[in-house]
Design a binder for this molecule. Structure first.
Ligand code: GA4
Length: 334
């Protein structure tokens, strides 16, 4: 791997896009919410920890409104963005630095807490509102409410597919007043021309799994997202601005005792004259929630793969890791 020397690109890794290109795209499972197949959804979570959702019912305007507001926000001078949202720590406006442990990417972002009991995008949105970004906040609140409903619908279908008696066995975590959910707007500016290195691109967001229960991503039509399959190979996911992509998170892997797989994913950027914009809702449990395999999913004599821990413990541990680390490994028993 080559590392760019220019100061602005310092430590953001240059990648050979040909060598890192994904394999067949047709293998990405699609769930059509007009005729949802809960069994196929469960299979997708077992095999890939990832699927695409179409016919989700969220009006295009809700997505394009937030995208336009986000682009307007990111087009401001750095100082104004920092003043309006606060410097990410971890919530707020971040530029290239991801998390507290030295990870970097070719992006800037807004990260916020979106607990369901409070204003849909507190406290960053409160700060944004104070700074006059009223229509941006309106778009955020509208989008987050819609995508949370979608995440709950998906979790209800998964509960059905898993044969759980309670429809809300999983979705209750996201609607709980204390639910520790987050929302992220990522803006990946076009890569600078790689004149000395044709066929190379930049790491927008390095490989990782999401710690939460489930993540729901929507992007504009600029490619870049890749997921890792069980055999370690990478698949490029063609961007589709009218659909959503769902990731199984580490917490759901634990609740299914490893039956579902939290998907490792990353963003690699090739040459494009347009920025990539993505918006991701991370549905997380309340801090005190004990994460453990659901007893009804355990076969006779099956042992938990993980020691019991709370979401607060896991989140704390996650913030002590590097992006690419196997965080769940710290909690594995066998
Ligand atoms: C990955 C998923 C979400 O984007 C996130 C990220 C968080 C951050 O950017 O602050 C983390 C990362 C994510 C996992 C490990 C830690 C925490 C950066 C990092 C190095 C908001 C999350 O919840 O975990």
């Amino acid at each position: 791997m080559v590392v760019l020397q220019k100061p602005a690109l310092e430590r953001i890794s240059l990648v050979n896009l040909h060598a890192r290109q994904g394999v067949p795209l047709a293998r990405i499972p699609v769930v059509d919410l007009l005729k949802p197949d809960a069994t196929a959804m469960v299979r997708a979570c077992e095999e890939m920890g990832f699927f695409k959702v179409t016919n989700h019912g969220i009006p295009a305007g809700v997505m394009t409104r937030l995208e336009a507001e986000a682009l307007a926000f990111f087009s401001q001078p750095q100082r104004d963005k920092e003043r309006a949202a606060g410097v990410a720590c971890p919530v707020g406006y971040g530029n290239k630095k991801i998390g507290p442990n030295g990870d970097v990417g070719w992006l800037e972002y807004l990260l916020m807490q979106v607990n369901s009991g409070r204003d849909a995008a507190e406290p960053v949105s409160a700060l944004l509102k104070e700074n006059g970004a009223v229509s941006f906040c309106g778009a955020l609140v509208e989008y987050v409410a819609a995508v949370r409903r979608l995440a709950c619908r998906v979790l209800e279908l998964l509960a059905e597919g898993l044969g759980l008696a309670q429809r809300n066995a999983l979705s209750r975590l996201l609607v709980d007043e204390e639910s520790d959910s987050m929302f992220r707007l990522n803006h990946y500016p076009p890569c600078p021309p790689m004149s000395g290195a044709p066929g190379f691109g930049l790491t927008g967001f390095g490989e990782h799994t999401d710690p939460q229960v489930i993540s729901v991503l929507r992007s504009n039509n600029i490619n870049g997202l890749q997921i890792s399959l069980r055999d370690g190979s990478w698949v490029s996911v063609p961007a589709d601005q009218s659909s959503f992509f769902v990731n199984v998170g580490d917490s759901l892997q634990v609740m299914t005792n490893g039956r579902f797989r939290s998907v490792r994913h990353r963003v690699l950027l090739g040459s494009s004259t347009e920025p990539r914009v993505s918006m991701i809702y991370f549905g997380g449990p309340p801090p005190g929630e004990k994460l453990a395999p659901l007893p009804v999913l355990m076969a006779d004599g099956e042992r938990s793969l993980y020691r019991e821990f709370t979401w607060a413990e896991y989140k704390k541990a996650a913030y002590n890791t590097r992006l690419a680390d196997n965080r769940l490994g710290l909690f594995e028993l066998w």
